[in-house]
Write a protein that binds this ligand. Structure first.
Ligand code: PLP
Length: 487
């Protein structure tokens, strides 16, 4: 199998002429809804946004829903909704998309990262309790890669300590925990409608909760801070600091059309996910994607991971291994990207400066001894890039960049050079590493992939983390290995 890989000059598994499915799919009903939105004259506070809110609330089992212009905006609304404010601490996983932590900063509160559990890649409930301080007000959990967190364990801890629970359900629409949908399990939740999600309006988000007071507090930051609903007449008076998070009617109409077919989309994504799971079963070195009977996936992403021992056995640097596998995937015609989502390694946290002047960490109400020392997260951070800080020269970014990162960057540069020449790590090439089998077995899947590791310290994160996403777009491999793009 390995000697058939495109990276060593063989034909691509995904031929050039294969067209990836357009995502999201646009149906006649979808076009009709978008046209109906275009041909009416309420584009702000529009009728399709109202329908999106009420139909999603019904679909998901929430009492309240507000349609936003992004998942990030909905997350910030959750933070405000839970009464979290300046200097308050919110515990969140070290591994996620940046918005899971920056939404906390948006309200001048402080993210406290805890490591993830390697098997699930979710926040480790066992690590949460140790991170609680007198300043802790909430826990922001992430239903990562379309699988719900262990919510029973998390809610038990939260209730014991009187903490609010925010669900970042941006990747996980329709995922369940013991039969209950994500977004109904904590105090408030956010979904993303960004294009690479199962449920999309191009861009957009949804803020949901079952508690009226929570809903009102969240909404208070969403439309400037003029808190009256339009039907009550605008007051044009700000009660505090507000943002502008509303969506417009057109993307809401598009999202509404996708919502009405979401059950079918999720079922299709799940079939593709299961197809990969079946066909990759037994592949040496490959760790099957995480899910359990109690916490089934919504099919959003298929996470590809190699066993940590693989890199040790091959004596290959994990970053190089991931680079090599990525290069191999790319050569086959797969859309590829490697996630680098070890959040505390990002410059904003290393510099402890979000707004300039060291805010909010330098503020009087913030605990002075907040540390983002990466050794607290037994994870690799070797691919972290350090960018100039937009807040200005006082950011201290360079000074805070760990030495290891700086020395690694030269190494990365060399890897990049090698990749540019289309080659792969020689040890990997020689090893008979069976990843090619995945490519050959599922030749028409698309999405992106990256590889996660735990070789050095038996924990995940950062540069070698992996996923294949956008399964709604996949063309199902038919029995016999041919592509079948019928739905
Ligand atoms: C886990 C997670 N949280 C938050 C977001 C932010 O959503 P949006 O891009 O809609 O702002 C994303 C987006 O990919 C995400 O994956």
């Amino acid at each position: 199998m390995f000697d058939q890989l495109a990276i060593i000059g063989c034909p691509r598994a995904i031929p050039e002429e294969v067209q990836f499915r357009m995502w999201p799919e646009v149906t006649e009903q979808g076009e009709a809804l978008v046209l109906a939105s275009l041909r009416q004259d309420r584009h702000a506070f529009g009728p399709h946004a109202e329908l999106l809110q009420s139909e999603f609330a019904t679909w998901n089992g929430n009492r309240f829903c507000f349609a936003t212009n992004s998942g990030t905006a909905a997350l910030h609304m959750c933070v405000a909704a839970c009464g979290i404010g300046p200097g308050d601490e919110v515990i969140t996983p070290a591994l996620s998309w940046t918005s899971s932590a920056t939404c906390i900063l948006h309200h001048n509160a402080i993210p406290i990262f805890v490591d993830v559990d390697w098997e699930s890649m979710h926040i480790d409930p066992a690590a949460i309790e140790a991170a609680i301080t007198p300043k802790t007000r909430g826990i922001l959990v992430v239903h990562y890669w379309g699988v719900a967190c262990d919510m029973d364990a998390i809610m038990t801890i939260a209730r014991r300590h009187g903490l609010a629970v925010i669900e970042d359900a941006c990747q996980a629409v329709g995922a369940t925990c013991e039969g209950r949908k994500v977004g109904t399990l904590g105090d408030a939740a956010a979904f993303s409608l960004n294009q690479n999600k199962n449920f999309t309006g191009g861009e957009g988000g949804l803020f949901v909760t079952n508690d009226e007071a929570t809903f009102i507090r969240g909404k208070a930051v969403s439309s400037f801070s003029d808190m009256r609903p339009p039907e009550a007449g605008r007051e044009y008076h700000d009660y505090g600091l507000g943002w502008m998070y509303r969506t417009s009617d057109l993307p809401a109409a598009f999202a509404l059309s996708q919502l009405r077919r979401l059950d079918a989309t999720n079922a299709h994504a799940l079939r593709n996910w299961q197809s990969l799971q079946r066909q990759l079963a037994g592949t040496p070195h490959l760790v099957p994607a995480f899910h359990t009977a109690e916490r089934p996936t919504n099919g959003y992403a298929y996470v590809l991971r190699v066993t940590p021992e693989t890199a040790i056995d091959l004596d290959v640097d994990l970053s190089a291994l991931a680079t090599g596998i990525g290069a191999a995937l790319g050569a086959e015609g797969s859309r590829f990207s490697r996630a680098n989502w070890l959040l505390p390694a990002h410059s904003v946290f290393q510099a402890k400066n979000a707004y300039g002047g060291g805010y909010p960490w330098s503020a009087a109400h913030t605990r002075p001894d907040i540390s983002y020392d990466l050794s607290q997260y037994p994870s690799r951070h070797s691919n972290t890039r350090h960018h100039p800080h937009p807040a200005g020269a006082d950011s201290g970014t360079e000074a805070c960049a760990p030495r290891a990162d700086r020395s690694r960057s030269a190494h990365r540069h060399r890897l990049g050079h090698r990749r540019a020449h289309g080659s792969c790590h020689p040890r990997l090439l020689r090893s008979g590493f069976p990843f090619g089998r995945a490519l050959r077995l599922c030749p028409c899947t698309t999405g992106h992939a990256a590889i996660r590791d735990r070789s050095r310290r038996c924990h995940p994160a950062g540069d070698t983390h992996a996923h294949v996403s956008g399964p709604g777009r996949w063309l199902l491999p038919a029995p016999g290995g041919r592509c079948d793009d019928r739905r």
